[in-house]
Ligand binder design. Structure first.
Ligand code: COA
Length: 162
């Protein structure tokens, strides 16, 4: 059974992430979307909230599971019986970072393979931070995120009274 892990911060999940998830799910028996508690980033949503959003968005995808993790990705992958890491590539800027990460992960565990999926052209230009910034300044994020994420961002921005 081929189990793959698609890790990320998902703060929040964008349509770009969903595109990669849907395509990766077709390539394996089970895809685990792994939400990282990333101490390097100051998130808008808690890990629990990000997991809840993803579970709701992906509820109809039978071979996709959502879990959170902390610590090393290679350890998480091993703990769920996977040696395949999926990452999306939006262009050459992503490539140098992703290539370095893939090599680092292999140096930590030489059984790990990274599978790169090229992002669809319509999702090449934005990131989670940009989505949050556009929402903060009242811009339209309809084509960038699923409806539930749009609602949750607006709720969060009101709560934090930005
Ligand atoms: N479409 C749109 N945006 C995309 C995207 C896509 N297909 N793929 C990535 N992005 C964006 C994200 O929105 C995110 O934007 P942001 O920086 O504005 O928040 C950015 O690209 C990169 O984020 P993400 O894919 O979530 O990765 P990350 O850099 O936050 O985390 C991990 C990468 C989780 C894989 C990595 O940090 C990790 O493995 N950490 C665990 C610790 C570890 O094992 N370290 C050693 C290995 S390096």
């Amino acid at each position: 059974m081929h189990i793959a892990v698609y890790p990320g911060s998902f703060d929040p999940t964008t349509n770009g992430h969903l595109d990669i998830i849907k395509r990766a799910a077709k390539l394996c028996d089970k895809l685990i979307v792994a939400v990282l508690e990333n101490p390097a980033k100051k998130p808008l949503f808690t890990v629990e909230e990000r997991v809840t959003h993803l579970k709701e968005i992906l509820k109809d995808y039978e071979n996709v599971e959502v879990q959170s993790f902390s610590g090393l990705l290679v350890d998480f992958a091993k703990s769920v019986g996977s040696n395949i890491v999926v990452r999306g590539l939006r262009g050459v800027t992503d490539f140098s970072y992703e290539f370095q990460m893939a090599l680092t992960n292999r140096s930590l565990d030489n059984e790990i393979e990274t599978l790169f999926i090229s992002a669809d052209t319509q999702y090449l230009f934005f990131s989670s931070s940009q989505v949050k910034e556009i929402a903060l300044f009242g811009g339209n994020i309809d084509n960038m995120v699923p409806q539930i994420i749009k609602e949750e961002i607006n709720k969060k921005l009101k709560e934090k009274s930005y």
